[in-house]
Design a protein around this ligand. Structure first.
Ligand SMILES: Nc1ncnc2c1ncn2[C@@H]1O[C@H](COP(=O)(O)OP(=O)(O)OP(=O)(O)O)[C@@H](O)[C@H]1O
Ligand code: SF4
Ligand SMILES: [Mg+2]
Length: 334
């Protein structure tokens, strides 16, 4: 399929999750189509954290939800281990998806306000007809730093935002997942609480042997928690780079723009906010630019960029780039 780049996918035997050519479209007014995600691919090894970074509206949440089949993607393949999640019956999806859990940006609204903590934690297994003991619930609550004696009878509105996110992590853990998809899990929390939740996610990942997809628009957050980072722009992948070497190795003009705007950003601003100031707004996903989607904002754009969509190619160890005019083998002088 045009626009897909699979150069960065690892051997099938090593992957916990494999997403190929994922397309997410939404109908819009006037018979138009929102091209939220346009043929992205990525995979996850056992115990790995993949960071997905990109500015607001680039399709991160749509991609995460489509991996969970909430709702299923317009097209593409999602494989968890050796089981396909797309194109199978709803019942099969539900069964297979249980090994993959997602937590969201706004923890309070993802919890049923009428239910108590003890029931919210047990809800997932109960849906599957599995009763859980008080002790099992208490173990998970303690694992996420909540004191069962204090929170047991509380409802979500009686907890802080950070406590609600801890509760969401506990709910996910009750289903013993292999993969945890975190969609901006700390964006709505106070800065002081963000670090606590990030530390908890790291600990939880190790303790429960999870692999993680970590979606964020904040470069600093993604960089610290991830092993590799996938940078998205308007529904496409522009670069995949090992997290530790991001600043030194990133080559894509968009990634460079994100990195270069960091020192100018104030503590409360994100790198992405800086990039938006420096290089204009994200074009509409209703009518994406031809060729390379970053072209209208790109200082290196050439004629070729308007007609030929750049594909991901390997430019270093674990490093993949979709750009005609940067990196080794660039087709035009930058
Ligand atoms: N259910 C929907 N119906 C129509 N358009 C949608 C729907 N969900 C998302 N979109 C559109 O798809 C595009 C991608 O949205 P998405 O929420 O995936 O981006 P995002 O990268 O997660 O942004 P943010 O950082 O703000 O969370 C946006 O233009 C958005 O308006
Ligand atoms: S392909 Fe062209 S427009 Fe796109 S990032 Fe590279 S130089 Fe810029
Ligand atoms: Mg989002």
């Amino acid at each position: 399929m045009a626009g897909s780049g699979v150069a960065h996918l690892r051997p099938e035997t090593e992957r916990v999750l494999a997403v190929e050519d994922l397309v997410v479209q939404f109908p819009a007014k006037g018979g138009h189509t929102v091209h939220a995600v346009s043929g992205i691919s990525f995979d996850l090894l056992d115990g790995e954290t993949l960071g997905i970074l990109g500015e607001s509206g680039c399709g991160k949440s749509s991609a995460g939800r489509a991996v969970m089949q909430l709702p299923p993607p317009t097209s593409g393949s999602v494989r968890l281990g050796d089981e396909e999640l797309t194109g199978v019956t709803a019942q099969t999806v539900r069964e297979r998806r249980a090994r993959m859990q997602m937590i969201f940006q706004d923890p309070v609204s993802s919890l049923n306000p009428r239910r108590k903590v003890k029931d919210l934690v047990a809800e997932g297994p109960r849906i599957w007809g599995r009763e859980v003991t008080r002790e099992q619930i208490e173990v998970v609550l303690r694992a996420v730093g909540l004191d069962p004696a204090v929170v047991w009878e509380r409802r979500p509105h009686e907890l802080s935002g950070g406590q609600c996110q801890r509760l969401c992590i506990a709910r996910a853990l009750m289903l013993d997942p292999q993969v945890l998809i975190c969609d901006e899990p700390v964006s709505s929390l106070d800065v002081s609480v963000q670090a606590q939740i990030l530390n908890l996610l790291e600990d939880t990942k190790k303790r429960y042997g999870l692999s993680m997809v970590f979606i964020a628009h904040d470069l600093a957050v993604v960089k610290n928690i991830s092993d590799r980072i996938m940078i998205m722009y308007l529904g496409k992948v522009c670069e995949v780079v090992p997290a530790g070497d991001l600043a030194e190795r990133a080559l894509h003009p968009y990634t460079r723009l994100l990195l270069e705007s960091v020192p100018e950003a104030t503590a409360s601003e994100t790198a992405i906010g800086g990039a938006q100031r420096a290089g204009g707004e994200l074009p509409s996903p209703l009518n994406p630019p031809s060729g390379c989607r970053f072209r209208p904002r790109c200082p290196l754009a050439t004629e070729e960029c308007a007609t030929v969509e750049p594909q991901l190619r390997q430019v270093g160890e674990g490093h993949f780039l979709a750009c005609h005019n940067s990196g080794p083998g660039a087709s035009a002088a930058a």
